[in-house]
Every structure is written in C-alpha cells, then in structure tokens.
Design a binder for this molecule. Structure first.
Ligand SMILES: Cc1cc2nc3c(=O)[nH]c(=O)nc-3n(C[C@H](O)[C@H](O)[C@H](O)COP(=O)(O)O)c2cc1C
Ligand code: SF4
Length: 669
C-alpha cells in the first residue's frame, strides 16, 4: 500500500478523490451521482427501503455526492382542472413533502448516506408542462401549450421552492439543488424559446433569469447556511430558438451575481434533441465539458459540477485537471457499477462494469412500463447491472452455495454469462460452452454498428469475470444434447439465444437476401442499392441501415409500422434519425413485402393493402427480429437433472431482460 492508502503503482486519481468545500457542505470526493429519477421505490411517494438501498449502495461504493431522485413541487392547479401526469411533466397538487412521515423517512435515507461517508443533495424541481412563462409549445416535439402564469401564481410557486427546501433541510439534506435545466419550469423562464413575456420576468437575458434568481434567494432566506444551495442549468439548449453557450454564460453570471449560489451543476442538451442531456452511446464522451469550463470561468470561485457521458474515472480526473469543472457527474456510470469509485481507487479498473450508453434506465423511467411517480409499475433497471431494481432481493438471496454443483451454461450471450458469473460467485463449478469464437452474443453484434462500440464494454467485463472466477469457457463448441450430458452436469442453463426471423414470402431464400445480423458481422456481400425490410421497432433496423449507409450503400427502409425505431426513447431518437438522414437513408412507414425477385421487391401497405413495387434493388436485408433457439433445451429437458432456459432463448427481449433472468437463475442454484 502507498502512503495515500492506494495500492502501489495504482493510477493516480488525486483530484478525483480529493474533498471539496461547497458552501457549508464538505463533499468527500468529486464523484457525483447527479439526481436521477430512476424509479427506485417511493411507491407511497416517500423515501423507502428500496429507494435507500438503491442510492446508498453508490455511497458505499465510493460516490461522494448522492443526488437521489427529484422531489416534485406542487402547482397552483385550480380545483376544476385535472392534475397532469404526462411524459412531459408532472403538475401535481400535493407534493411528497406535505405527507405525514416525509421528514422522518427522508431522514433515515440521509442518515444512511452520511453513515456511508457521502453527502445527500436533494433536488427540487417543477417539471411540469401545465404552467409556463408564456402560452407557447414548451417541449418542441411534444405539443404541450401551458397555462401562462400570472404574478400571484408565480409567487405561489416561488414560495413552494422555499417550503420544500425547509422540509428537506429538516430531514438533514446537505444541499438543495434548484432544478433550472431539463425543461423544468425555471428552465422555461430562462429560455428564449419558451419565455416570451414582456413584463419584468421576460425580454432580455437578465429579465428571463429573474425567476431563477428569485427562487434561489427565497430558498437561501428560508434555510440560511444550514445547507448548500445550488442550481442546475443548461450550458447550451440545442433546441430551435433556445440559448447557446454565450447566453448560458450570461445567465450563469446573472445568477451568480444575484443569488450567490454555492454551486452550479451544468449539462447540455434538450430532451428530444441531438444532443440530449442523457446522451446515448453515439455522443462523444464529456460532450458538454467545454461549456461547463466556460461557465466555470464566469462564476469562479463558485464550484461547478459537470455531467454528461463521463463514464471513465480517468476522464473525470482529466476534466478536473483541465479546469472544466470541480465536481464530475458520473450518474449512469454509478448505475452500471455502484462500486466503480472504490474499484478505481484500488486500481481495479478492469473490474468496473462500464455503462454502455444504451439508455434503458432513463427510457424505462420516462416511457417504460410506467411514467415516473405516476405509475407503480415503474421500476429502476439497468441493462448491464441486473442488481439495479433488485437490490433488496439480491441482499436477501445472495449467499454462498450450500453444495458446490457442476453448472453447464450453453451460450455465452448476456443471459448465459450473467448466470455463469453469479453461479461462480456463489461457489459453483461453471463451464460455459459457446458455439462461436466470441462471447457476448447479440450485445457483441450490437457493438459492431456505428456509434455503438461501447456495447462491447459488457463482453469485456464478462471476460475479466470469467478469469477472476475461474469459469471454464470453451469457445467454438457446437454441442448437442449428448455432448452436454457427457459433461455430467448437475445443472444445465440453456442460453442458446435466438434465430433471426424472415417473412414467409416468395423469394426470401434468394441469394440477394441477407439477414441484418450477417450484414453487421460483415459475413455477407451486399450490393449497392439496398432495401431493408424492417419488422422490429428497436435498434436493429437503424443500426443495420446506419452500418450500410456508412459503408457507402444507397439504403431504403420499408417498415411494417408507423416509423422505424418506435421503441427508441426520446433521449436517443434524434441522434439515431439524424445519422440516418446524414447517410441519405430513406424510410417508408406501414410497408410489408409480399414478394422478392432478383432486382425488385413487391410491397403492400400494412394498413390498407395498397400495392407498390421497388425496382432496381441489388440486395434485400431483413431486420425482422428473432425467435427463441430452443432445440437443445427441448432435447435435454427431462434428461438433465436440472435445466433452465434463459434470455432470448426463453423470449427475445432487451439486454436488461437477459441479464436479469441470468442473475435470477444464478441466484436460485
Ligand atoms: C434514469 C435517469 C433519471 C434521471 N432523472 C433526472 C432528474 O430527475 N433530474 C435531473 O436533474 N437529472 C436527471 N437525470 C440526468 C442525470 O442527472 C445526468 O445529468 C445524466 O444522466 C447525464 O449524466 P451521465 O452521463 O453521467 O449519466 C436522469 C438520468 C437518468 C439516467
Ligand atoms: S441502462 Fe444502459 S445507459 Fe443506463 S446505466 Fe445501464 S448501461 Fe448505462
């Protein structure tokens, strides 16, 4: 061990692990979980065990700043008007902090954060689209026109920030963060796109900043120096009519001068934008750090936190060294691996389970099975870390196996590898058989598409785990039931993946027809003019179209339903579509092929049956999803002592479903 408590020879992360005074709050290091309303617990709207365990695991893992989830403020909704709970926002009458038990329940959360050595930063936000500074569409892509606030209503709202802050501080919060980014109400005041007022709250930049300054002053007046008071602002909106970095600097300057906050938290982007502030794998690392740096210059010496695609502790250290910021948001990094700071500190970089930038966490929180606090079906989840959303279950059921058993896993995709990992961690003897020469299955395939190379982080992580856990990985083994039985397994886990589907139409077996997977893999030869027949609504179609376009092909996509990538969430869709537009890819909705010939494709409308023909086609690429590969499972069922079917072999879904199922089977053995 070195004198600093780190292993000799460990990479220096001196700045990252140095404390920082932020107003009255001492942050133990520079790694921040910025607020992320992922939907962990709070089913009765209050902090509960699920919420606490989800966020506090990060504090135990070494994250210094725990931002938890947003506390939504009330809105002055008239009795006659309905509350609004949309995927644009929440206009609610009764906030959580008015509920009995709020302070006590939040205090146990804050205590747990403190016990782990971190600080609890509570964000208060007015994320609604029912009220706005002006009656203009607020979000751009979604046509929400708000009620225009009058002075009384604004006063009511400003006081609600102070009321909320008082309650949060009573529960022990170390800092209050006023959310004035991400299309929250204060942000709508800052933005020229949404604030068209001509009174003292609108007009020039200084006037548009007044609402935020007033909120911060009122919060400070109410809580004094009992906690730090900060503000989250966009360093560049990237939306039509929005403000740019230059104006962001002006805004920050007015806020610094008018309200002297203890910190600024800066990011860039728009919720339907390119970039968004939860930017997917396509965006460059630390995409808005230059904006944070310029704002930091203006507001110095007030500390600035930057967040946005910083997944690597070494990059975080570099940002601090370059003066881009004083604190680094590493929010998805800490969802993917809540223990990453401790691992980095100990030099165990290759053990970090890195975020792949897939955005499943935020998509589920926003669109998913529910929408935020409005729907009890919503839950926290992460594609690469299946413990997320299952923290209490993991704590209750993870233990060393009572009897060491021989577990044979067939298939080294995400489900099989997670099952293998958990089984091996628990002490079982694990053999993994994989037909191909690589691990990672469809995740590896996804990583071959342009802008998605980060998906390879997951197989890379499993490769390290295979070594650390002495898992016996056998590549290039195309085994049948007999071969599996010959290994005398106590348990067989069939993670045999899925097989690409093809429409049952004449010509589909022709030499000019290829599967998207083979195109991504580069194992087929495709002509210049390509028709993609798409019958899936996720990332397969845009990925293969993007790959083809970037290799110089002329690409036309015929999609079975309304628009391609219908299941791709708002934080990625603009980036995905822009890439296709830039590559000249043409897309057509509601189209199904009925016949493929040597150089033409016949189509019908999925809705009306109207026929059309595309001529001059060199190749046809199928992107139609896949069906479970269950032959081995059926052959073994009844003869293997214990057998499980997991992942896409059970039902083709997302990476999250695969890793979660793998984990659950691994825990059950
Ligand atoms: C699931 C999820 C929920 C989020 N909810 C909020 C929120 O309620 N308030 C907020 O200010 N930011 C929210 N964010 C944005 C994060 O604070 C952060 O700025 C963003 O994830 C980019 O940082 P990263 O690249 O380190 O993840 C959320 C992000 C995620 C992934
Ligand atoms: S769901 Fe995807 S984007 Fe979100 S933390 Fe996990 S790997 Fe990262």
């Amino acid at each position: 061990m070195g004198t600093d408590g780190r292993p000799e020879g460990a990479v220096k992360l001196d700045l990252l692990f140095s404390p920082l005074q932020v107003g009255p709050m001492t942050v133990p290091n520079r790694i921040c979980e910025t607020t992320n309303t992922i939907g962990a617990g709070r089913l009765d709207f209050l902090a509960d065990d699920v919420y606490t365990e989800h966020h506090v695991q990060k504090a135990r893992g070494g994250v210094g700043w725990i931002g938890g989830e947003a506390w939504i403020l009330p809105a002055p909704i008239p009795d006659e008007a309905p509350q609004e709970l949309t995927d644009g926002g929440f206009a609610i009458r009764i906030p959580a902090y008015y509920m009995p038990g709020f302070v006590e329940r939040l205090r146990s959360f804050v205590d747990a954060v403190h016990e782990a050595g971190s600080v609890a930063v509570c964000q208060i936000g007015h994320g609604n689209v029912l009220f706005g500074p002006s009656a203009v569409p607020l979000l751009g892509s979604q046509h929400f026109v708000p009620h225009e606030l009058d002075d009384d209503e604004m006063e009511w709202i400003i006081s609600s920030f102070a009321d909320a802050a008082e309650q949060l501080v009573a529960a022990g919060a170390d800092a209050i963060e006023v959310h004035a980014s991400h299309e929250t109400l204060p942000h709508f005041f800052l933005s020229p796109a949404t604030n068209r007022r001509t009174d003292r709250w609108g007009g020039d930049t200084e006037a548009r900043t007044r609402f935020v300054v007033e909120i911060l002053r009122r919060v400070r007046d109410r809580i004094g120096d009992t906690a730090a008071v900060g503000v989250r602002v966009s360093g560049g909106e990237y939306r039509p009519g929005g403000y740019d970095l230059l104006e962001a600097q002006e805004i920050a300057g007015y806020i610094a001068e008018g309200a002297r906050p203890d910190f600024f938290s800066v990011d860039v982007g728009h919720l339907w934008g390119d970039p968004t502030y939860v930017a997917p794998s396509y965006a460059p690392p630390a995409l808005g750090a230059a904006h944070a740096k310029e704002i930091r210059r203006i507001v110095a010496p007030i500390p600035v936190l930057y967040a946005g695609r910083v997944f690597d502790p070494l990059l975080a250290e570099q940002l601090l060294a370059e003066g881009a910021c004083d604190l680094v948001g590493m929010t998805r990094a800490s969802i993917a691996d809540p223990e990453f700071p401790n691992k980095a500190r100990e030099g165990r970089f290759d053990e970090i389970r890195a975020c792949i930038g897939c955005n499943r966490c935020i998509d589920n929180a926003v669109h998913g099975v529910g929408t935020g606090l409005a729907n009890v079906m919503q839950r926290a989840m992460c594609s690469v870390n299946p413990v997320i959303g299952n923290e209490l279950l993991w704590r209750a059921s993870y233990r060393p196996a009572e009897t060491r058993r021989r577990v044979v896993v067939v298939g080294a995709g995400a489900a099989g590898l997670e099952a293998a990992r958990v089984a091996a961690m628990r002490g079982h003897e694990v053999i993994v058989l994989e037909r191909s020469g690589n691990i990672g299955g469809q995740v590896r395939l996804a990583s071959l598409a342009p802008g998605r190379d980060q998906f390879a982080n997951l197989p890379t992580y499993y490769q390290t785990q295979i070594k650390l856990l002495s898992i016996d990985l056998r590549l290039g083994v195309d085994c049948d039931a007999e071969a599996v039985r010959a290994l005398s397994p106590d348990v067989v886990i069939c993670a045999t993946g899925s097989i690409p589907l093809a429409p049952e139409i004449p010509g589909v077996d022709g030499p000019n027809v290829h599967q998207a997977w083979d195109v991504l893999e580069g194992t087929c030869s495709v002509g210049h003019r390509v028709v993609v027949l798409s019958q899936e609504d996720g990332m397969e179609t845009p990925s293969v179209a993007d790959a083809l376009a970037s290799r110089g092909h002329e690409v036309e996509v015929f999609h079975h339903w309304a628009g391609i990538a219908g299941n791709v969430g708002r934080y990625a869709i603009a980036t995905v579509l822009r890439r296709l537009e830039a590559g000249g890819v043409k897309t057509h909705a509601y189209q199904r092929a009925v016949r493929i010939d040597r150089d033409r494709v016949e189509l019908v409308s999925s809705l009306t049956g109207f026929s059309s023909v595309v001529e001059g086609v060199d190749s046809v690429v199928l992107s139609c999803g896949s069906r479970p590969a269950t032959d081995l499972y059926r052959a073994l069922k009844g003869t293997a002592p214990e057998i499980h079917l997991v992942g896409a072999a059970w039902a083709p879904r997302g990476i999250h479903e695969a890793t979660e199922m793998g984990m659950l089977v691994g825990l059950a053995l």
